[in-house]
Design a protein around this ligand. Structure first.
Ligand code: G16
Length: 555
């Protein structure tokens, strides 16, 4: 392939209007005010092309989203051919290219950096490899313009094949990227992977699980309310609920906060992040009955949290920790019934945000191993995929999934073919591994898996909740002049910098029974996050405030 540098130079001058902004590839890609993203979109489009060329032209995904952030923000992230997050060693390239375009005084400087990268990664341009890209965007108003910045060079300069999915959820983009490559590998099927494949696959797995148990096609809760955060999850969810294969009666499910066409309502006083942080019902919802189950997606539907309201009108949150413990209990039981508990290793991956009670419950009641990683799905996913055959990972904020190993699939297949052991448990494990999106945390697929688990275990929301009681906890955001000075160690549980701050935090923690607190800079917002939990809810505000004051004084 011959890069048309003249064309590239023209597009560079036309597109890269934002200058002198320092870009950083954070917890989930680049994320900042949408008006500052043209330059980074341009360079990310080029980087995705290079990644595809490096991988012999496989489909590489690019998603335009700022997920839970306010509507003025946007962002972009690259997805590997198997649907996982961009390889960590390529994140610095993404930043280098973006910051060169941002600070360079002319196109030649950018061209020199691009050439350096191509040579460093030994990307052969003199081959007939055609780069393949899948692009998707969430419902933000700024996304169509940013998409044009992203894709401007793809066809004209790099002769790429671009599959534009239009508006999709982030997990749909991950799933379709993976599926597109699988289809290519299986002999270049003429059929292009679509959203429809996604719905068919997950509805199919859900129905199969219900049929295995001969459960009537009704949810175990009388009614489910789904808060779609006024994001892309709303329309995509409705496509699922109106699909011809979806059999749950419409009177059981109601979707609220589904105005994805009103930009400023996105994530506004609703959605998973709002509900988890404020521990209260989202806007637009008043409790109807204490039997109902509620859930909230975030803006791009890659997170979900559940909740219910008891007979005393008390709000109860069933967050990512509760979801992983529900799955850990259910799947451990199935392994035991199938006599596979010694052959297949099940474990749970959490972050520092996990409530101390959940960790205690998993280790001491369920007797499952627990690992802790840094915040960011990429870290949890890697741990779950490399350490366990059934790796359950959820961040407390509701972002997560379950990864089933190759060994798991082989063992289940072989046991099923020999008709050995408890066939119901084996079939359950098999169906469950299909019901959960294997590429990334997915609000839709996680929701289906929770609904199926509750139906099979005949559990009401309060049964699920009472397995263990959360320690009172609080998460606050603190705006500081420069969040980058807050550097952590020990999976973000301790601060290394500013020097001396951790020792002061430790002195405060020691005053509160069962106290735990940590401070870290957000990788998606310009803020520092402070988490605190302790035994006595009446002391929580004071505990948290003391830490906030320490942070402010050191900032
Ligand atoms: C992203 C990441 C999550 C992370 C969250 C908050 O979520 O994918 O892993 O927990 O940001 O990260 P931070 O505390 O660094 O801001 P989302 O749903 O916004 O893509």
């Amino acid at each position: 392939m011959k890069i048309d540098y003249e064309q590239l130079s023209e597009l560079y001058d036309k597109t890269c209007r934002t200058k002198n902004v320092q870009y950083s590839y954070g917890t989930a890609g680049f994320r900042t005010l949408a008006k500052n993203l043209d330059t980074v979109m341009f360079t990310t489009g080029i980087l995705a092309i290079l990644r595809s060329l490096k991988l012999q032209g496989q489909y590489v995904g690019v998603m335009i989203t700022a997920s839970h952030n306010p509507y003025q923000d946007n962002g972009v992230k690259i997805v590997e051919p198997d649907g996982s997050m961009l390889l960590a060693t390529w994140e610095p390239y993404a930043m280098q290219l973006a910051n060169t375009a941002s600070f360079a005084s002319n196109f030649e400087e950018f061209r020199a950096e691009l050439t350096r990268l191509i040579e460093h990664e030994k990307i052969g341009l003199d081959t007939s490899i055609v780069p393949h890209i899948v692009v998707g965007r969430d419902s933000r108003e700024s996304s169509p313009y940013l998409l044009r910045c992203l894709t401007s060079t793809m066809v004209s300069v790099f002769h790429a094949q671009v599959l534009d999915l239009g508006c999709v959820t982030t997990p749909q983009l991950h799933y379709i990227t993976d599926l597109s490559n699988k289809r290519e590998r299986e002999g270049g099927s003429a059929e292009v992977a679509t959203e429809q494949d996604y719905y068919s696959f997950f509805i199919g797995a859900f129905n199969e699980l219900f049929s295995t148990y001969e459960i009537e096609k009704r949810l175990s809760v009388p009614r489910l309310f789904i808060d779609a955060a006024n994001g892309i999850g709303g329309p995509q969810l409705k496509k699922l609920l109106t699909s011809k294969d979806w059999v749950v009666p419409p009177d059981q499910i109601e979707v609220i906060n589904d105005k994805s066409d009103v930009p400023e309502l996105l994530n506004f006083e609703c959605g998973a992040d709002y509900v988890k942080t404020n521990q209260r019902l989202p806007k637009g919802l008043s409790p109807s009955s204490h039997d109902s189950l509620y859930c909230s997606f975030d803006g791009d539907a890659d997170r979900v949290v559940f909740y219910y309201v008891d007979s005393e009108s008390q709000f109860h949150l069933l967050d990512g920790d509760k979801i992983s413990t529900l799955f850990a209990k259910f799947l451990s039981k199935q392994l035991e019934l199938a006599h596979l508990e010694n052959s297949l290793r099940i474990g749970v991956v959490q972050t520092a945000y996990a409530n101390g009670s959940s960790t205690n419950y998993i280790e001491n009641t369920l007797r499952c191993p627990v690992s802790c990683t840094k915040t960011g799905v990429k870290h949890l996913h890697h741990e779950a995929a490399t350490q366990y055959d059934i790796g359950i990972y959820f961040e407390a904020n509701g972002h997560g999934t379950i990864i089933f190993s190759e060994k798991f699939h082989q063992v289940i297949k072989s046991e099923l073919s020999r008709a050995r052991g408890d066939m119901l448990a084996l079939k359950t494990l098999d169906c469950f591994s299909k019901l959960i999106n294997q590429t990334v945390g997915d609000a839709l697929s996680d929701m289906l898996a929770v609904l199926a688990t509750l139906a099979i275990m005949k559990m009401a929301p309060m049964d699920w909740d009472k397995e263990y009681t959360d320690l009172p906890n609080k998460l606050v955001k603190c705006i500081v002049p420069d969040r980058s000075i807050f550097q952590t160690i020990d999976q973000e549980r301790k601060l290394q910098n500013p020097v001396g701050l951790q020792a002061k935090i430790d002195l405060v923690i020691a005053k509160y029974p069962m106290g735990r607190s940590f401070v870290r800079a957000s990788g998606t917002e310009d803020a520092v996050r402070i988490y605190a939990e302790c035994q006595d809810s009446s002391q929580l505000d004071q505990f948290c405030n003391e830490i906030v004051e320490l942070v402010k004084a050191s900032a």
